[in-house]
Design a protein around this ligand. Structure first.
Ligand code: PLP
Length: 464
């Protein structure tokens, strides 16, 4: 394997395109072992992100993706997407600065936070990031003072009767009935409203959420036209699924969406259509490996107190303590409403993060084979809303991230890669392939030169 320098201290391991993901995990674990390290780490597949981009352009050719930086602001992710040509949805001064630093033109940024700090609006003005959303009157007054020539996008509330993982309509978006009065206020203030946006909610489970929202947006376009506006931008927000196990596929959404876009915004209408996908690009690209740093066998209560049943029910037969948790990358269990899997395996267990807080529980009741201290657990689909909101509470470090990409994809992405960037990988050992099946698999420990790895596979539905 070769590795390529990708800037900011990040190097990308290139591997043959048919190498199974689990083999890459094994190799990394072996490398950690050789270095006497037991840290948690992410493995990020940049090729997976490139494939998502290809999929997007193939299935939603009329919609320009503006990646939602909040979802995962990893440097390599942003750099790759910038080079692929996406735009960016930024919510703060810091996110805008991060994207501009990569050499992205300000015209490829939408400041898609409808409630912005004044100084952030001034920063956007100074940086020529002039496309921004609003959904209330107070925002218009702030923009009038800080950036009167900004191009504004009115964020509306889409129909809410659809299943989503994270609701956003409880916080943002004006009711379509309010649109007329807000547009009138913008007119009164001589502000430039150029279009309409919506966000159906993150992790949407029904494609019709998009078609219903497009129809509502078309109605507000008509309201605007009657008032003398000439909108030419529709921003359909995020909400697209990011991993194979999601309740709905990207293909299903694209079919429904293309139909409604062609009905309400046919190409001849000359409306530019953008979107703000977050999890779509990154969820499946990152897997997280955590190390079992401690283990407790749950005490069986004395015959008198009848404690056995209750303890095992609450904590499982084994309690495993791993070195990333709810205060770190598993914050998604709280903030992103992610769910833990249930598997028909050997022992009822619970899995806990490393901090001293009882809240720091990753898996409450899961069937696992018996693990030992030093084993690794692998969680796939950990790219979205994980590392971005993690803290270092209790002095627990955030996991390092190691990047890889299939050489075929990399050569397609960077055909003119200068010679001499390659460096040999320290991994030389060949490892047996471990099975990542539909259930958690206990691997044959004797075969392995490194600690065994247990994979929580996609089909376990860890983050549905
Ligand atoms: C304004 C806005 N745009 C885009 C996104 C990204 O959404 P998703 O990751 O579901 O695509 C979010 C997520 O919260 C958001 O708030």
């Amino acid at each position: 394997m070769n590795s390529v320098n990708y800037g900011k201290g990040c190097s990308v391991q290139l591997h043959s395109s048919n190498k199974p993901a689990i083999e890459l995990v094994q190799e990394k674990v072996a490398e950690m072992e050789l270095q006497h390290r037991e840290d948690a780490f992410f493995l990020a597949d940049l090729g997976d992100i490139a494939k998502k981009y290809e999929k997007w352009t193939e299935l939603l050719p009329r919609v320009e993706p503006f990646y939602a930086v909040k979802c995962n602001q990893d440097h390599a992710v942003l750099k790759l997407l910038a080079q692929l040509g996406t735009g960016f949805d930024c919510a703060s001064k810091d996110e805008i600065a991060r994207v501009l630093k990569l050499g992205v033109s300000p015209s490829r940024i939408v400041f898609a936070n409808p409630c912005k700090q004044k100084s952030f609006i001034r920063y956007a003005a100074k940086s020529d990031v002039d496309l921004m959303t609003f959904d209330n009157e107070a925002e218009l007054y702030k923009i009038k003072v800080a950036f009167p020539t900004a191009r504004l996008v009115l964020r509306i509330l889409p129909p809410a009767n659809f299943k989503v993982q994270c609701e956003l309509g409880n916080k943002f978006g004006c009711h379509p009935h309010e649109a007329r009065s807000l547009l009138a206020k913008a007119q009164e203030l001589d502000l430039n409203v150029v279009g309409i946006s919506f966000h159906v909610g993150s992790g949407v489970a029904e494609a019709e959420a998009f078609s219903a929202a497009v129809k509502t947006a078309a109605g507000v376009f008509d309201t605007g036209a009657k008032m003398g506006f000439n909108f030419d931008l529709l921003d359909i927000g995020g909400g697209f699924p990011g991993h194979a196990d999601a309740p709905i596929t990207f293909e299903e959404i694209a079919t429904v969406l293309n139909e409604s876009l062609n009905k309400y915004f046919p190409p001849k209408r000359n409306v530019r259509i953008i979107a703000e996908p977050g999890r779509f690009f990154v969820a499946s690209a990152f897997s997280l490996c955590v190390n079992v740093i401690a283990k407790r066998t749950v005490c069986i209560g004395s015959p008198e107190d009848d404690g056995e049943e209750k303890d095992v029910k609450d904590k499982g037969a084994f309690m495993y303590y791993v070195n990333d948790g709810v205060y770190g990358s598993f914050n998604c269990l709280l903030y992103d409403h992610a769910e833990a899997p249930v598997n028909p395996m050997e022992f009822r267990c619970s899995v806990w993060g490393p901090t001293c807080d009882g809240l720091d529980q990753i898996l409450k009741d899961i069937k696992l084979p018996e693990l030992s201290v030093g084993d690794y657990l692998n969680f796939p689909d950990m790219g979205a809303y994980t590392v971005c909101a993690g803290s270092t509470f209790n002095g627990m470090p955030r996991p390092d991230c190691f990047y890889h990409c299939s050489e075929t994809i990399w050569n397609r992405l960077y055909p003119d890669r200068p010679k001499g960037q390659e460096a040999s990988s320290p991994i030389t050992k060949s490892l047996p392939i471990m099975k990542a099946g539909h259930q958690l698999e206990k691997v044959d420990i004797d075969l392995l030169p490194a600690s065994p790895i247990f994979v929580l596979d996609e089909d376990d539905g860890f983050f549905n």
